[in-house]
Design a protein around this ligand. Structure first.
Ligand SMILES: [Zn+2]
Length: 122
């Protein structure tokens, strides 16, 4: 099989993308320390992720029920029509989000420490 110059370029590009992806993932793999709630583009509230709780997030007549349990966050109930946020899997890592488009509610995991790595024993 003859390897063409074009193939080498393609392989090179794939390797570069793979490496970038790995770096991005390791950077992104931080444990969250807080849950930031944005309603209609404005910061609504920030909750600690290590404290279990159930919170009502309201936006006018719409509301979403936020559940924080064992460091994982999910929406258990919402008044939106599409229920995408309810079906979304639980999030726990920094920068992960659950967005409820109809209710304009964004749930985002934030991390206080930029250097805090996941998996560090407490
Ligand atoms: Zn929703």
């Amino acid at each position: 099989m003859k390897i063409l110059k074009k193939d080498i370029v393609i392989i090179g590009v794939i390797i570069v993308i793979a490496v970038c992806f790995l770096i991005y993932n390791s950077v992104n793999d931080r444990k969250g320390t807080g849950v930031e709630i944005t309603v209609s583009g404005k910061l609504y509230k920030t909750f600690p992720i290590d404290k279990d709780g159930v919170y009502e997030i309201t936006n006018g007549s719409e509301h979403n029920t936020l559940v924080i349990k064992n460091g994982k966050v999910n929406i258990s109930e919402a008044t939106c029509k599409n229920q995408v946020c309810v079906k979304h899997k639980s999030i726990s890592k920094a920068n992960e989000t659950i967005i409820c488009v109809p209710n304009k509610i964004v749930v985002k995991i934030v991390s206080d420490s930029e250097n805090e790595l996941d998996g560090v024993a407490k």
